[in-house]
Design a binder for this molecule. Structure first.
Ligand code: GBH
Length: 467
């Protein structure tokens, strides 16, 4: 059902699992700062220790082997490697830690997929403006070059930035993620822009300096729901659905895969709203400078994070206030027939993934695709016999197979989110996405495989045996 060399993976992110927030002269990141403020995260919890993977990496490796993964996706903590964010000061202990992770994986025949940035900007760079500042893009490029140089002899799959949408919107528009800025209607667009510039610079660096020697591939991970019009024969709903997609998938995929610029639907919606609200400055959506290399073509594959689906109709704005939701004018509706798992936003719709994959094939010129995240959460009492989640993975992987066989989408890999229960950002430890249960009350943070993990392992084995 799947190509021979299909990547069977699972993912994690540094801040969500590592802990060791001050160990061996790691610098603080914006998530350290954010969590240490009261009232930001569920129960005022934080990732100071999390799964303690900084000390317990070997335990993670056992989990990876137990599942029989061919690939493991994890992220590097920028401020663990470069405590002040710049290459002026390199923390060798951080380098050693990731060297060991990578070497151990390879020794077990598991290929690393490495994310350079999963939400955790060095605090030192936030103090200089963070992603609002254009110079953060060049500092990211230096960091990326440092990582390619240091780890690229062994790492062949790179993700520059994970979910620029989430960083921009949740971190700078809604203020529910670090750095906790609530500056609706302006900052998220600027931040998204600088992240795209950062990504493009890093891709260009890889392409010109490392590709010929290292032979790897670089992309950015874009998250998007699948969406359909609430009423399929209502033109307003159809238009709202197109706007929704332009403001999520399109915001980052259009510049990189189609035109080198934002979707026209997005810019005209923002500018129309500006006129309506009497906003006189230049467009709130920045423009790409002719003096910098284009962002077009700066991805070697399409990296998709898919979790859920929505029905869409016009609305959902915030009245006279300027905000992204008003710009988008697309309200999300949940189909009551979709079951909800764990977190309120996650309606379980495996078929939405197949449809989104087909859409990506048709819209972005049939790229190779890695599904870099997809998962299902548990809330409340822990059930090691998580039958529902096991079903979810079975249903979803079947949809991926259909996308490959029936729709001809060139899917090359699937990464379950997540290897471990971990620090689920604003939800703290209250939401569990792991294939392994982690006991956060236990000093050893013992890991226990869920039923879903066992089922996933069986599916991988079946594939390896060619069945
Ligand atoms: C992923 O984002 C992250 O990459 C990963 O680190 C995380 O653990 C995983 O999700 C599970 O949450 O709170 O109602 O505003 C997935 C995309 C987009 C899903 C924003 C949650 C927030 C909904 N996310 N969305 S709400």
């Amino acid at each position: 059902m799947f190509p021979r060399d299909f990547a069977w993976g699972a993912g994690t992110a540094a801040y969500q699992i590592e802990g060791g927030w001050q160990a061996d002269s790691k610098g603080p990141s914006i998530w350290d700062t954010f969590c240490h403020e009261k009232g930001k995260v569920f129960g005022d919890q934080n990732g100071d220790v999390a799964c303690n993977s900084y000390e317990l990496w070997e335990k993670d490796l056992e989990c990876i082997q137990k599942l029989g993964l061919t690939h493991y996706r994890f992220s590097l903590s920028w401020s663990r490697l470069l405590p002040e964010g710049t290459t002026r000061h390199v923390n060798q202990k951080g380098v050693q830690y990731y060297n060991k992770v990578i070497d151990d994986l390879l020794a077990c025949n598991v290929s690393p997929m490495v994310t350079l940035y999963h939400f955790d900007l060095p605090q030192a760079l936030q103090d200089q403006g963070g992603w609002k500042s254009p110079s953060t893009a060049s500092l990211f490029d230096s960091y990326a070059k440092f990582c390619f140089q240091t780890f690229g002899d062994r790492v062949k799959l790179w993700i520059t930035i994970n979910e620029p949408y989430v960083c921009a919107k949740l971190g700078h528009e809604d203020g529910i993620h670090a750095p906790g800025l609530k500056e609706p209607g302006t900052t998220a667009y600027l931040v998204g822009h600088n992240m795209l510039r950062a990504h493009a610079m890093a891709w260009q660096s890889y392409d010109s300096l490392y590709r010929s020697r290292q032979g790897g591939q670089v992309s950015l991970a874009i998250n998007s729901d699948w969406v359909e019009p609430f009423n399929t024969d209502c033109n307003e709903d159809i238009a709202a659905t197109e706007r929704y997609l332009a403001f999520s998938l399109g915001w980052f995929a259009w510049p990189v895969f189609v035109t080198g610029d934002y979707p026209e639907i997005m810019r005209s919606a923002i500018d129309a709203q500006s006129r309506k609200l009497g906003h006189k400055d230049s467009s709130r959506l920045p423009s790409f400078s002719k003096d910098e290399p284009s962002v077009l073509g700066t991805a070697d594959f399409f990296a998709l994070n898919y979790y859920t689906s929505r029905k869409v109709k016009p609305g959902g704005g915030c009245g006279r206030m300027m905000c992204m939701k008003s710009d988008r004018d697309a309200a999300e509706v949940l189909d009551p027939s979709w079951p909800i798992c764990g977190v309120s936003w996650l309606a379980v719709v495996p078929d939405g993934l197949r449809k989104l994959l087909k859409y990506i094939k048709d819209t972005f010129n049939n790229p190779t695709v890695y599904i870099t995240e997809n998962g299902f959460s548990q809330l409340g009492p822990v059930e090691i016999e998580d039958v529902q989640r096991a079903e979810f993975y079975k249903d979803t992987i079947l949809k991926v197979a259909e996308a490959i066989q029936e729709d001809g989408v060139r899917v090359r890999g699937y990464f379950a989110w997540s290897l471990l229960d971990n620090f689920e950002w604003a939800d703290g430890f209250s939401v569990r996405f792991g294939l392994f249960h982690v006991d956060f009350a236990d000093e050893m943070r013992s890991r226990t495989v869920y039923r879903s993990g066992q089922e996933y392992a069986k599916m991988i084995l079946k594939h390896k045996l060619g069945k």
